[in-house]
Design a protein around this ligand. Structure first.
Ligand SMILES: NC(=O)c1ccc[n+]([C@@H]2O[C@H](COP(=O)([O-])OP(=O)(O)OC[C@H]3O[C@@H](n4cnc5c(N)ncnc54)[C@H](OP(=O)(O)O)[C@@H]3O)[C@@H](O)[C@H]2O)c1
Length: 244
């Protein structure tokens, strides 16, 4: 698939990993739908940057994915603005820690809503446009810890495991016209307040003994968008963390 002129919707792309994914698609000449929830200034800055970088069209779209009605409204707004949706990258995510003892149903519901439910319904709403594309695809950004959960991150890990199930369901539901794949990052971008000692400990827990980069995740997303005989797959970008 040539990405030039294709319309790529990347959720949660105002900042951090999602931003780098959006920039990687823009570098291929894609038109970008930059979705954000609270990071309006960063989203607008990114759109301006994309226009300068590649000259490709780009636009910001706000949606709070906790709202069950948001996925359909977001897909409709993107399709109305661009007249197409060729690639959907579900990268927006909530990452909330809670100990086993203090686990709270409200935290579960939030993470399930943003990390698993929203990607499913966004794909459902984008499906007619993805089918029309001819080589449409969905890329779900999960996490290696979907397969090996941490006790203190139970609901986050469960939501990412649910996303891997959604990945397979969507691959079946949207076949043969639309491909659906997942990227499973390892530690590619630390939370902003994490100290150096903690980062070293996390890097040492990988086979490669180093932290990854958002660019590695972005390259995997661009690869999967063009991987024309791959669907329902899970691509680890985790430095070997899953099998360490
Ligand atoms: N960082 C890592 O090392 C790592 C490791 C494994 C997996 N991953 C996965 O890679 C993806 C990107 O990682 P990241 O660290 O960049 O993620 P992040 O910073 O935790 O979150 C990305 C974006 O999700 C959006 N978001 C959160 N709640 C939302 C809501 N209710 N509605 C709409 N958007 C919402 C936020 O947008 P606004 O800022 O606009 O509110 C946020 O900027 C995630 O799926 C994450 O699980 C990352």
């Amino acid at each position: 698939m040539t990405l030039t002129g294709k319309v790529v919707l990347v959720t949660g792309s105002a900042r951090r990993v999602g931003r780098v994914i959006a920039l990687a698609f823009a570098a291929q000449g894609a038109r970008l739908a930059v979705h954000y929830n609270t990071s309006a200034g960063e989203a607008r800055k990114l759109v301006a940057g994309i226009k300068t970088l590649s000259g490709a069209d780009a636009e910001v779209f706000r949606a709070n994915l906790l709202d069950p009605a948001a996925p359909k409204k977001l897909a409709d707004a993107v399709a109305k603005r661009f007249g197409a949706i060729d690639v959907l990258v579900n990268s927006a995510s909530l990452y909330e820690r809670e100990s086993f003892r203090d686990a709270d149903p409200a935290v579960w519901d939030r993470q399930m809503a943003v990390n698993a439910r929203a990607p499913f319904f966004l794909a459902q709403a984008c499906a007619p446009w993805l089918a029309k594309s001819g080589d449409g695809s969905v890329i779900n950004v999960a996490d290696w810890s979907a397969h090996r959960p941490y006790v203190d991150w139970a609901s986050y890990c469960a939501s990412k495991a649910a996303l891997l199930s959604v990945n397979k369901t969507l691959a079946k539901a949207l076949a043969p016209g639309v491909r659906v794949n997942a990227v499973l990052p390892g530690p590619v971008l630390s939370p902003e307040k994490m100290g150096e000692a903690e980062k070293r400990r996390i890097a040492d827990a990988t086979l490669l003994k180093r932290l990854g980069t958002p660019e590695a995740v972005a390259r995997a997303c661009v690869f999967l968008a063009g991987a024309d005989y791959t669907t329902g797959a899970e691509l680890s970008v985790d430095g070997g963390r899953l099998i360490a």
